[in-house]
Design a protein around this ligand. Structure first.
Ligand code: PLP
Length: 381
């Protein structure tokens, strides 16, 4: 198997796995700090909070642990809209992840407001002029993703935050895909609320975080009040093992991100060159935009993406996002970029990761060239 679907999920780093297994013995409830079993678990959760805070350049009290980015987005977006205590609209970029679009829809519905969608250009970059026309003082939150999970296209978050600030609007930034792959400084400086996920940075599934200052936290209505854990914003006993693993994964990402980024840029370049040498008519979705170094969203003209993937099952790539792969709709991201249904269906996302080697890249290139050539031949016949 050659795994090239790291934007869908990453394997747990062995160092993280060892830590998460060791911590399984710490069964105490992290809220039971009056005895040593609970205090031991609490200490580890607080260490993880500092590690995550450090990766995202925030003080540790800004980190609210959740089960993942989807839950963090629900708390951040729906909670902030409910906290506005009046009818509130939300602006989202057209290529947001479904987790954000669904939370925005529900937040708007509960609040009697509407979702306003900011267009992206043909490269997938949010159109700032259009976004500006959607702003007024009825908008409670603007959501923009730092890096797109399907195309790797980076958003102009600083400019979006400037526009939001002029209307007194909160800026919500999904940094799930940028974490561990590029500099988080601009995105985190721009974000009033940010969300991220452990399983995209070589941590275990079942952990993620909402990042917001104390002042912004006070503007969020908790959806799960529960026992008041996580500063009252996410009630429920914390998932100690996954959180500890997330903490270590964040620390490793902080230490290794720039090395990974350079290596993956080189490997992606090699993969693209090999594909261009072996196949005519390979198009890059997101070409001309700044993109994550690990992500290639490619359209093989005349070859249906599902058919290509079916003829090379040992090469793990994806069409659209992992969540969308199960649906028969074409990628909403590529459609928003102006691709036709057929163009979107001819596209495949290839995402490289920390364990990817040059040998895997050349084997994958050969398999993809072979699969695309066969599908094109069958389609033409
Ligand atoms: N946002 C982006 C950009 C993602 O890629 C994902 C995962 O696919 C999510 C949010 C949802 O994250 P999680 O799986 O942690 O709920």
């Amino acid at each position: 198997m050659i795994y090239l679907d790291y934007n869908a999920s990453t394997p747990v780093d062995q160092r993280v796995l060892d830590a998460a297994v060791e911590v399984q013995g710490l069964f105490g409830n992290p809220s039971s700090i009056h005895h040593i079993a609970g205090a031991a678990a609490s200490d580890r959760v607080e260490t993880a909070r500092e590690q995550v805070a450090s990766l995202f350049r925030r003080p540790s009290q800004d980190v609210i642990f959740t089960s993942g980015a989807t839950e963090a987005a629900a708390i951040g977006l729906i909670g902030a809209m409910l906290g506005a205590q009046r009818q509130t609209n939300v602006v989202v970029s057209a290529t947001e992840h479904k987790a954000i679009l669904a939370a925005a829809e529900l937040g708007a519905r509960l609040n009697g407001g509407e979702v306003r969608v900011a267009r992206v250009d043909s490269r997938g970059v949010v159109e700032l002029n259009h976004l500006e026309t959607l702003m007024d003082d009825s908008v409670g939150v603007v959501a923009v993703m730092a890096a797109n999970n399907e195309t790797g296209v980076l958003a102009p978050v600083t400019e979006v935050a400037d526009i939001a600030q002029r209307s007194g609007t909160l800026t919500f930034v999904d940094v799930t895909q940028l974490a561990g792959k590029g500099s988080l400084i601009a995105a985190m400086n721009s974000a009033d609320i940010a969300v991220c996920s452990s399983h995209k940075v070589y941590g275990p599934k079942g952990a993620g975080a909402l990042l917001a200052s104390r002042a912004v936290q006070k503007r969020i209505v908790p959806l799960l009040a529960g026992g008041g854990q996580e500063r009252g914003l996410r009630g429920g006993t914390q998932n100690t093992a996954s959180i500890v693993g997330f903490g270590l994964a964040a620390q490793l990402a902080e230490a290794e991100a720039s090395r990974d980024e350079n290596r993956l840029r080189e490997l992606s370049g090699q993969l693209l060159s090999a594909l261009n040498r072996g196949l005519p008519e390979v198009r890059i979705n997101g070409e001309g935009a700044e993109r994550l170094s690990n992500t290639l969203n490619l359209r093989f003209v005349g070859a249906d993406g599902e058919a290509v993937m079916a003829s090379m099952p040992h090469v793990c790539v994806s069409s659209g996002s992992a969540c969308q792969s199960a649906s028969s709709n074409p990628s909403h991201v590529l459609v928003a970029m102006g691709r036709s249904r057929i163009e979107a269906e001819e596209s495949i996302r290839i995402s490289l990761g920390r364990p990817t080697t040059a040998e895997q890249v050349s084997l994958a290139a050969a398999a993809i060239i072979d699969a695309v050539s066969r599908v094109r031949e069958l389609t033409a016949a």
